[in-house]
Design a protein around this ligand. Structure first.
Ligand code: SAM
Length: 288
């Protein structure tokens, strides 16, 4: 029995290995070495990964670890790890667990005291953010939105006043509908970037206000193909907004019960997107 959080040195190591998102030159030498050295590679799709392994001359056996069998098969990988063998986890592209399987296996392994080691590399959201030119100091990755308009709009509504840069993964056949919903919820002027086919031949990074971006994609069927990340600039309070809305004041009131004035105003600004100096002023007035 391993104490919570402790590593059992009798166990092998689970390596979580990133693979390219299109350009095979993005495979790191470390990833190749690890995939060669482990006893078993747990892969989202063994046929897909067999091609990658063949390209790099890696002969390690592959076993399926996808979203449908991950919970049940986790025990199988865990048994190998507990027998002292090293196992690598890969997905079809990019970093496992990022909108890809692996979470249950990693959690089970850590709970069992298995050492889990990340082997970083390509990840579409990080690649997109690094080149999009939108604020990257704070961002929120939202993964895939619901497939149907009602669910999608509801999720977007909840993010309408999110001040951080928003990142979404989207399937090509849903891109236009998704953009239409974003225009409806965020408005046509919100800054946006479409990052398509990153690291591949037809890589495109197009930035434009949402309304223009939607029209640009609608007018060119080529832009509706391939893989894409959508980035949306965070909500900014209008410059001339000199009044706080009821929600901002409600959040401020709650925080003031628990926190010092300056901290409460800063947090209320983060949560609601309202201007910090206005909240600070309102907090001062409430305290006197
Ligand atoms: N684990 C992967 C990662 O680290 O980015 C993501 C896997 S997720 C199932 C696949 C989605 O990632 C695609 O639908 C697309 O939104 C995004 N994606 C993957 N490769 C991409 C690329 N080359 N260019 C743009 N987006 C990409």
């Amino acid at each position: 029995m391993t104490a919570p959080g402790a590593v059992n040195s009798a166990c092998g190591t689970l390596y979580v290995v990133a693979t390219p998102i299109g350009n095979l030159e993005d495979m790191t030498p470390r990833a190749v070495r690890i995939l060669r050295e482990v006893a078993l590679v747990a892969a989202e799709d063994t046929r897909h990964s067999a091609r990658l392994m063949q390209h790099f001359g890696i002969g390690t056996p592959l076993a399926a670890c996808h979203e449908h069998n991950e919970r049940d098969q986790g025990g199988r990988f865990l048994a190998r790890l507990q027998a002292g063998e090293d196992v690598a986890l890969i997905s079809d592209a990019g970093t496992p667990l990022i909108s890809d399987p692996g979470f249950h296996l990693v959690r089970q392994a850590r709970q069992a005291g298995v050492r889990v080691v990340p082997v970083p590399g390509a990840c579409a959201l990080v690649a997109a953010l690094s080149a999009a030119g939108l604020p990257s100091d704070r961002f929120a990755f939202e993964g895939f939105l619901p497939a149907k308009t009602a669910g999608r709009q509801a999720r977007l509504q909840a993010l309408q006043r999110e001040p951080r840069t928003l990142l979404f993964y989207e399937a090509p056949h849903r891109l236009l509908d998704c953009l239409a919903d974003m225009v409806a919820v965020f408005g046509p002027q919100r800054p946006a970037v479409l990052a398509r086919e990153l690291t591949k031949t037809f890589e495109t990074l197009k930035d434009a206000p949402l309304g223009e971006l939607h029209a640009w994609v609608a007018a060119d069927a080529n832009q509706q193909r391939g893989e894409c990340v959508l980035l949306i600039g965070g909500w900014q309070a209008p410059e001339d907004a000199d009044e706080l809305d009821a929600e901002a004041l409600r959040v401020l009131e709650l925080l003031l019960d628990e926190l010092p004035l300056k901290r409460a105003a800063a947090l209320a600004a983060q949560i609601t997107g309202a201007r910090k100096n206005l909240l600070y002023q309102a907090a001062l007035e409430r305290k006197v």
